[in-house]
Design a protein around this ligand. Structure first.
Ligand code: SF4
Length: 301
């Protein structure tokens, strides 16, 4: 398959796998996060008050309504294509197996989803949940999106993740043993990290049996603990133009078979860095620069 971009994007990966585009329909079940108390108390310092809830889900409370809005949004904007149910925002596996079944199975029965993706923390994958995901994986493509963020222990402490890098590796191993696919989320430009730290994280991550990656550049979100820290003692935040340079270097070091489901952060209520590109402009610029330099994913692996 010839990719249309110098990296393996979600779009190209989906076309190669399914023959048609695959669109995500996000839903926030409102389960929250084991690491963040109601009222936005505690949690990871970079986390938004809403746990990263997608815009399409904001107009409805009930999962069925959110999914209805999401499917209409996809059809109006993109037209035909396959659908993935994306249990998004906060920690999707922070509930009992019974609650997961009660929320997800009616949605799977009502709509033609070919894929299911759940975003979670590496320390929130109990055996009963993995077993349920394995059952669903018999008839649809099940992905777990693991928020690892960094492999650097000092940073994990600083951003109050409350889990270690070893826990992230353990989670990938558990998913692999269960035949489930994992997409690892990484966050670049975290306070105190040098570019050596970031490349070291990438080396650790690409050595794991994962099936996809999401690369995010740090945004300081209003209302987050990091925003307070930044307001009180400002620290440099990676500008988007610097992220463009960095992400090219990262992409060159990522094995070519790994799809990159995200290469740019797109968030609401950001205080820093200043916006330099829309998402579309960033992707266009990234493609232009990589083509100009004849760089492509995996060339340095
Ligand atoms: S980033 Fe994820 S794990 Fe951390 S507080 Fe927010 S929802 Fe919880």
């Amino acid at each position: 398959m010839k990719a249309s971009l110098p990296w393996l994007s979600h779009k190209d990966w989906a076309l190669a796998k399914w023959g048609v585009p695959l669109y995500r329909v996000p839903v926030d079940p409102g389960w929250g996060c084991p690491h963040k108390k109601p009222g936005n108390i505690g949690g990871c310092t970079f986390c938004a008050e809403d746990g990263g809830r997608a815009r399409q889900t904001l107009r409805a409370d009930l999962p069925a309504e959110q999914v209805g809005h999401g499917i209409r949004f996809v059809r109006q904007r993109y037209g035909k294509g396959l659908l993935e149910l994306y249990i998004q925002a906060y920690t999707a596996t922070f509930s009992s197996v019974e609650a997961l079944k009660a929320m997800i199975e009616p949605l799977l029965a009502e709509h033609d989803f070919v894929s299911l993706s759940l975003g979670t923390r590496p320390d929130c994958l109990p055996p009963a949940t993995i077993q349920l995901l394995q059952e669903w994986n018999q008839h649809l493509d099940v992905w777990v999106e693991l928020g690892a963020q960094t492999a650097q222990e000092k940073t994990l402490l600083r951003i109050n993740r409350q889990h270690t890098w070893a826990k992230s590796k353990e989670a990938v191993g558990k998913l692999q043993a269960a035949g489930l696919k994992s997409c690892m989320h990484l966050l670049f430009g975290l306070p105190g990290e040098s570019s050596d730290d970031m490349f070291a994280t990438l080396d650790e991550v690409t050595a794991l049996p994962i099936q996809a990656l999401k690369l995010h550049n740090l945004h300081i979100i209003d209302g987050s603990l990091l925003a307070e820290e930044w307001k009180n003692r400002p620290f440099p935040v990676l500008p988007e133009s610097a992220w463009l340079e960095l992400v090219m270097q990262l992409i060159r070091r990522i094995p070519a078979h790994l799809p990159l489901f995200r290469v740019f952060t797109d968030s609401e209520n950001r205080l820093a860095p200043p916006s330099e590109f829309s998402k579309g402009e960033f992707i266009h610029q990234l493609e232009t620069e990589m083509r100009k330099r004849a760089w492509f994913q995996g060339e340095l692996t």
